[in-house]
Design a protein around this ligand. Structure first.
Ligand code: NAD
Length: 416
């Protein structure tokens, strides 16, 4: 089981399968298996009680072949260089699958943000930024929020970078507050992207959107938004699964009311508009769409056989293990793989970077329209790729991404 749940092993295996289908030569495989740059910094920071502490931070650029690096910065006590490397590579594939002119990057600082004050977090962020500064920039590497970092963290990074270069450079990070060059539509983008690709999948399978039954796992940024937007668009959200329980209503839940109920009571359970149900049972409800949007490794060899959805739209990263994938394929479940399904967020981050560089900001309709264009176009390319190579959608998405990155490397040639 431990083997099954190792996400890095799974993504390496998918890389190899995609590379085999493309007949990629060993040299290119070597380039793409290795990060382009890896920076480790040890950052001294004065804590509120006057003590000095040294924190360790990383920034990894996996590939700059298609453009500047793009990827989040996470603050967590268990961050490792290996993890940051793997996440940077994953960003290369995610950006490439939706054809953004970015490479993949990721960063992390080993710290426990829950034990640090706001002032301490600010000092860590600013010193970390100063240490990796030569590698950052709108044309070099553009960080974004990730686990335990947010708009405020991005504002500090932007300010620190700007102080060093002598002018305000908003395009150095994305996920900023709206008043500092952030983009409209960013907070909803991932959930909206999930809805868009689900709509495409329904159409492809000849299923109706009106009344299509949806089960969503994770009522947070991605799942909560996807559930709200899908309900507004006429889907029937029959169950929401959270960490402390699940609710079910075969006639459709009032998602807005559930949102309020959770805000008031702290839980989605005991919602007057539905009945409590076991979360494991909810995952196996018969439905047209299941959106796992909570965390990794929730669909495994232990429960995949029980899933009765026609479509799985992976809002979360890595929700399905490779062993589960095989079971889902045997059951002919249409899986929209994470690197495509949840790429709406990084797509609107790209729009933020474009707007910052132009100094011209788009309205929300324009953001949503352009997001739709990107998601639809690349959904169709993934499906075409699956047909062409006779593979499932996940391998197809990997093939499409790998092909785009390898093509850029070949076109540029190797500078020696
Ligand atoms: P979030 O913290 O806003 O929401 C996650 C929700 O899932 C929380 O409400 C949490 O209580 C719930 N949850 C946790 N474990 C659960 C479990 N076992 N069963 C049911 N519910 C559970 O996080 P988010 O930003 O919505 O991210 C969710 C997933 O989507 C993560 O895998 C993340 O990496 C991925 N993702 C997020 C974005 C983004 O833009 N936010 C982009 C791409 C991928």
């Amino acid at each position: 089981m431990e083997q099954e749940l190792n996400p890095w092993r799974a993504s390496e295996a998918r890389f190899d399968i995609a590379a085999d289908h493309l007949g990629l030569d060993e040299g290119l495989r070597k380039i793409l298996r290795t990060s382009s740059k890896e920076i480790t910094v040890h950052i001294p920071v004065q804590l509120d009680d006057g003590r000095l502490e040294v924190f360790t931070g990383y920034r990894v650029l996996h590939s700059g072949a298609r453009g500047p690096g793009k990827g989040g910065i996470r603050f967590a006590p268990d961050v490792t260089l290996d993890e940051v490397r793997a996440l940077a590579a994953a960003m290369t594939w995610k950006c490439a699958v939706v054809n953004l002119p970015f490479g993949g990057a990721k960063g992390g600082v080993i710290c426990n943000p829950h034990l640090l004050s706001l002032g301490e977090l600010e000092r860590i962020t600013r010193r970390y930024t100063a240490e990796i500064l030569p590698f950052l920039g709108p044309e070099r590497d553009v960080p974004a929020p990730d686990m335990n970092t947010n708009e405020q963290t991005m504002a500090w990074i932007m300010d620190t970078y700007s102080m060093h270069v002598g002018c305000t450079v908003t395009a150095v990070v994305t996920g900023k507050p709206l008043d500092l060059g952030g983009s409209r539509g960013r907070s909803e983008a991932t959930g909206r992207g999930c809805m868009i690709v689900t709509q495409e999948a329904l159409q492809l399978l000849g299923l109706k959107q009106e009344g299509a039954r949806v089960v969503v796992q994770g009522f947070g940024n991605v799942g909560g938004t996807a559930a709200k937007l899908m309900a507004q668009a006429g889907f029937k959200v029959i169950s929401i699964i959270e960490i402390d329980g699940a609710v079910y209503n075969p006639n459709g839940l009032d998602v807005e009311a559930l949102w309020k109920h959770r805000a008031e009571t702290g839980s989605i359970t005991n919602f007057p508009g539905g009945e409590n149900i076991d979360p494991g049972e909810a995952m196996c409800l018969e439905c047209e769409v299941f959106v796992p949007a909570a965390r990794e490794n929730v669909i495994t060899s232990m429960n995949a056989a029980g899933i009765r959805a026609r479509i799985i739209c992976e809002g979360a990263n890595g929700p399905t293990t490779p062993a589960a994938d095989e079971i889902l394929q045997d059951k002919d479940i249409f899986v929209i793989p994470d690197i495509l399904a949840n790429a709406g967020g990084v797509t609107v981050s790209y729009f933020e970077w474009v707007q910052d560089r132009q100094g011209f900001f788009w309205n929300e309709d324009m953001i949503n329209q352009r997001l739709k264009e990107v998601m639809v176009e690349n959904f169709r390319r993934v499906v075409d790729c699956a047909k062409k190579y006779k593979v499932d959608n996940r391998i197809a998405a990997n093939i499409l991404a790998l092909d785009r990155v390898a093509f850029a490397i070949k076109l540029r040639g190797i500078y020696a």
